[in-house]
Design a protein around this ligand. Structure first.
Ligand code: ADP
Length: 665
């Protein structure tokens, strides 16, 4: 059997029906010539040459009711088309609507059938989706528009198939059954009726649905078309009608799987509607999300802008230097503080690398340090930087790494020159304090030992009632306790000397010296010492009592260490060295060995063992001088050649600026 392709306006049969003249109910039946075209099992020519099928049964029923005589003119679809145009036939069945066909034909209003194509496979095949056709061999009927539709579909999805062309649908099914093809394309009318016979099944891959109608020549047989529509309208809704019975009979007991619109079309349409609704909701939600996210991004950007401004002002105002560098150590940004400190211009710095400015590390060490910071995230360490003039300055580097923009290092550079100086001074003070504690505990023990020993002797002498010895013992004990008292008093003064002077006032140097001399006037006269004061009119600024201790101690020492000098003399005055005042107290006393000129300023240091002092006087003087940022030293040509103590007091002489002018005047 023999089946032609379903062309856009295909027809399957030519039903030749010659309308009989006169009304249907009376007289000879009206002849209707039907162009018949093979579409098994709807209409086909059987082996006995007769035209049979579902349409034939249905038309027979109509002709009986309407007194028609049906005459089939069997041929190809193309022949049928020619015949309807030339009015050789009155009616065509199975005509799909197309604009081209509609120029030559009028269509019925109610579709005869809705048909589509399916891909048929062997029952054990796993080909059950369009995707599974990739690389498969597909049997198609030559010229079948369903086949063309399928090929386009496959191409559109980018799959590749091999096609085996056969003469008709039977040959297509035969190829699939015999394994020459993996699947075959056939319309659903044929497929439903014949798949059992060929032991095939539908792959559920369906495509190309369309309606087919009865059609008559343009402007012809309108009455016949209306009659057919009338019966189709009646029967399609009635399960027991000839329409359904005939379909069942010719559909291999399964009925032709034909609905005006198949369920899957509803399902697909429903799915599409659902998709559109869901898509619409999705788009609305998306828009809302976009609005929310946009607002969030704008807010974040505003914060970022603010942060950036804060960052810029921080960099502009901080005393610390700042660099932004890449991971190669190239400077990308530098702040004003660093420009000022380094002596380089901003442009010069932005053309430099870390290692160009680093004074303590070479290129490799800098690279290793960068790697280290990149690994651990941040680091604080001390180093040294080089200024443009070649001088170095100590720095503390606080460096942190960010992976953004390909890796960035944020580096703060703090000048620690002052901190290092303070640290050094503190270390000196600590060392001095250690020496002080050691010396105090050691030297205070000496009078204690004296007291202890003489208490023992006193006990014995009291027992022996040796009055002169008792007096002697008591004398030693008294001297020792006096010494301790002196030492403790001076220690107290020394500790006070370290404190920052309170309420600095203007002091006339000459008056200060005169007052100091007045406190020792008795001893000066007693020893016949001549004092020469050459101090000019000069204003000091500081704490009077403390400054007085300097001159008083030095004058007392000159008296103490005058020795047996027949023309004892003390010179007190001030000279200017490089514009800065240097004060002096000189005598022509016993002098000092050049090897002792440093240590006499230490605590409890006494060169002359018989000294009546405690060895704290010069330590106290030195401390007060240092309090005013000054320096004290002694000049002596040697033993017996006299001593000259000299000192500066910058804090008391330079500040404030106004007074400096006064002094020069
Ligand atoms: P002291 O209480 O012993 O005087 P000082 O600290 O005042 O302690 O002096 C330390 C030492 O420096 C003295 O013991 C003395 O040996 C020496 N000295 C101080 N002033 C003079 C001076 N004008 N001439 C010679 N030696 C001096």
């Amino acid at each position: 059997m023999k089946f032609l392709s379903l062309l856009p306006c295909s027809f399957l049969f030519v039903l030749l029906l010659i309308l009989l003249s006169g009304p249907a109910a009376a007289g000879a039946p009206r002849l209707v010539r039907v162009g018949a075209f093979s579409l098994y099992p709807a209409i086909f020519q059987d082996t006995d040459g007769k035209i049979k099928g579902f349409y034939v049964d249905m038309l027979a029923e109509i002709s009986a009711k309407e007194n028609l005589r049906i005459e089939y003119v069997y041929g190809s679809w193309k022949e049928g088309l020619e015949r309807i145009k030339s009015r050789e036939v009155d009616l065509l069945t199975s005509v799909a609507y197309s604009e081209e066909c509609a120029r030559d034909m009028d269509y019925g209003k109610i579709p005869l059938l809705t048909v589509w194509a399916e891909l048929y496979v062997k029952k054990d095949s796993d080909l059950n989706s369009l995707m599974a056709v990739e690389g498969k061999k597909i049997a198609v009927m030559k010229g079948d528009h369903n086949a063309r539709y399928f090929m386009k579909l496959v191409e559109k999805f980018g799959f590749h198939c091999e096609y085996l062309e056969e003469a008709d649908f039977d040959a297509v099914f035969q190829s699939v059954r015999q394994g020459r093809a993996d699947a075959g394309v056939a319309n659903v009318i044929f497929g439903s009726a014949k798949r059992q016979e060929y032991d095939l099944t539908s792959s559920e891959v369906m495509f190309n649905p369309f309606d087919i109608y009865f059609a008559v020549g343009k402007g012809q047989n309108a009455e016949l078309l209306a009659t057919l529509d009338h019966y189709l309208g009646l029967w399609r809704g009635d399960e027991n009608s000839i329409y359904h019975q005939a379909r069942h009979k010719w559909g291999g007991g399964q009925g032709l799987p034909i609905e005006v619109i198949p369920i899957w079309v509803y399902q697909v349409a429903g799915g599409v509607v659902l998709l559109i609704v869901a898509g619409g909701i999705f788009i609305l939600l998306l828009r809302r999300q976009v609005r929310i996210k946009t607002a969030e991004i704008e807010a974040r950007e505003a914060v970022l802008r603010e942060n950036h401004l804060a960052y810029l002002s921080l960099l502009a105002t901080t005393h610390d230097g700042f660099w932004l560098t890449d991971t190669q150590g190239r400077l990308l940004e530098v702040n004003d503080a660093y420009v000022t400190r380094s002596g380089y211009s901003r442009e010069e710095l932005l053309a430099m690398q870390i290692c160009d400015l680093e004074a303590l590390m070479n290129r490799e060490e800098v690279a290793a340090r960068i790697q280290n910071v990149m690994t651990i995230g941040s680091k604080v360490f001390e180093s040294g930087h080089q200024r443009k003039d070649g001088s170095a300055w100590p720095v503390e580097i606080s460096c942190s790494y960010s992976a953004s923009q390909g890796g960035r290092l944020y580096i703060f550079i703090r000048d620690i020159t002052d901190r290092n100086k303070a640290k050094e001074a503190l270390q000196q003070k600590n060392a001095e304090m250690e020496r002080f504690v050691y010396t105090v505990s050691h030297d205070l023990r000496s009078p204690l030992v004296t007291v202890k020993s003489f208490l023992g002797l006193l006990q014995q002498d009291i027992a022996a009632e040796d009055q002169p010895q008792i007096e002697k013992d008591l004398g030693y004990i008294k001297a020792a306790t006096n010494k301790m008292e002196t030492m403790l008093n001076e220690l107290l003064q020394l500790s006070r000397a370290g404190r920052v002077p309170s309420h600095p006032v203007e002091i006339n140097l000459r008056s200060l010296v005169d007052e100091a001399l007045a406190t020792v006037a008795g001893r000066l006269v007693g020893k016949g010492i001549q004092v020469n004061v050459s101090t000019p009119q000069f204003i000091l600024y500081g704490e009077e009592a403390r400054l007085m201790q300097i001159w008083q101690n030095l004058i007392e020492n000159s008296i103490k260490y005058m020795g047996e000098q027949p023309e004892a003399k003390i010179e007190i005055g001030m000279e200017k060295k490089k514009g800065a005042p240097v004060f002096f107290v000189c005598d022509n006393g016993i002098g000092i060995d050049p090897g002792d000129t440093e240590k006499i300023f230490d605590l409890f240091t006494q060169i002359n063992g018989q000294s009546e002092g405690s060895g704290l006087g010069l330590a106290l003087v030195k401390r007060i001088v240092e309090l005013y940022s000054g320096r004290i030293w002694v000049e002596s040509a040697g033993i017996g050649k006299g001593s000259c103590f000299k000192f500066t007091l910058p804090e008391a002489t330079d500040n404030p600026g106004k007074r400096k002018n006064d002094n020069e005047g």
